[in-house]
Design a protein around this ligand. Structure first.
Ligand SMILES: [Zn+2]
Length: 268
C-alpha cells in the first residue's frame, strides 16, 4: 500500500504536474491531496496564489493520484455558486484555507458550515502575528475552540507556524515563528487534539517538522499519542518528513495510520 501526502500544491517550489508524478512515484506516494490557495483581494486583481484551476487540471490528467481540494474566499460574491460547482465536479475537500481573517470570523464560518454539509474536511494555515504589521492568518488557536464546538460535523486539519507553536505550553512567551528547544507541558494543541474528535493536524512544512523534532522524545510520544489524528504531508518536495517518521521506529500500525489510513478515513 502506498503513502498519502495530504499537503501538495500543484505548481509550487518549482514543481509542476509531471514533476510531482515522477517525484511521488520515486518515494512511494500514490495519493496526494492537491490544495489550492485563493484570496479575494488577489483575485480582484486578476492574480491568484494557487488557483483551484490548477488542481482541476492535475486531477483531470491523473485522477488516481491527485485528490481535488478547492479554495474560495468566502468574501467573494460567487462563493456559493463556485462551492456548488466544485461539489458537482467531485471535489473532496476545502483548502488550503489561508485568509487574513480571524478563525472565528462569520465569513470563515460559512466555509465550515458548507463543508460540514457535504462531508469535506477543511485544511487551514494558521500564523500568529509576532510583531506590529507582521503577517498572520486565521489566528489564533484560542478562537478555534468555540468553532470546533459549533461545527461538530466538520473535520478541521491544522497546519502552519501559528498552529504548531502551540504544541508547547510556552507558545505565548515565544516570539519566533518556529520555536525551538524543549516542549513544555500544557500546550493548547495537545489539549485540543485530545478533546475534539473533529480536529486533526498535518505534519507538513518546516513548522510541522520543527514541532516534531525540537524535542525528539516528546515528538515521538506525540505521534504515538495522536496516531489517529496526525497525517503525513509535505507542502514541498523534500522527503524529510518521511525520513523523520521512518526514523522514529513507530509500530507498523501507527505508521500506516499517519501515512495513509487517517487520510483515507477523512477522504474515502
Ligand atoms: Zn500549503
Amino acid at each position: 500500500m502506498g503513502i498519502t501526502d495530504v499537503h501538495c500544491h500543484v505548481r509550487w517550489h518549482g514543481m509542476d504536474i509531471d514533476g510531482w508524478v515522477e517525484h511521488f512515484a520515486s518515494i512511494g506516494v500514490d495519493r496526494a491531496w492537491a490544495l489550492a490557495w485563493e484570496t479575494w483581494w488577489r483575485r480582484t486583481r486578476g492574480e491568484y496564489e494557487l488557483p483551484t484551476g490548477d488542481v482541476e487540471e492535475a486531477v483531470e490528467r491523473y485522477p488516481d493520484l491527485f485528490v481535488p481540494f478547492c479554495c474560495i474566499d468566502p468574501r467573494e460574491a460567487d462563493f456559493d455558486r463556485r462551492f456548488d460547482d466544485y461539489v458537482e465536479k467531485g471535489f473532496r475537500g476545502f483548502g488550503e484555507m489561508k485568509l487574513r481573517l480571524r478563525v472565528d470570523n462569520d465569513d470563515c464560518k460559512r466555509i465550515y458550515s458548507r463543508c460540514g454539509e457535504v462531508g469535506w474536511p477543511v485544511l487551514f494555515h494558521m500564523d500568529r502575528c509576532l510583531q506590529p504589521g507582521g503577517q498572520w492568518y486565521l489566528a489564533n488557536v484560542e478562537r478555534l475552540e468555540p468553532v470546533l464546538d459549533e461545527f461538530p460535523d466538520t473535520a478541521f486539519i491544522g497546519h502552519g507556524p501559528g498552529w504548531w507553536a502551540e504544541i508547547s505550553g510556552d507558545a505565548d512567551d515565544r516570539s519566533e515563528a518556529y520555536p525551538d528547544g524543549p516542549v513544555t507541558e500544557g500546550g493548547r494543541l495537545p489539549r485540543l487534539l485530545r478533546e475534539y474528535d473533529n480536529l486533526y493536524a498535518d505534519i507538513s512544512a518546516g513548522s510541522g517538522y520543527r514541532a516534531l523534532t525540537r524535542d525528539p522524545d516528546f515528538g515521538r510520544d506525540f505521534v504515538l499519542r495522536f496516531a489517529d489524528k496526525l497525517m503525513y504531508g509535505t507542502d514541498n518536495s523534500d522527503t524529510k518528513h518521511l525520513e523523520l517518521l521512518r526514523g522514529m521506529d513507530l509500530p507498523d500500525e501507527v505508521f500506516s495510520k499517519v501515512t495513509r489510513e487517517n487520510a483515507a478515513r477523512l477522504v474515502p
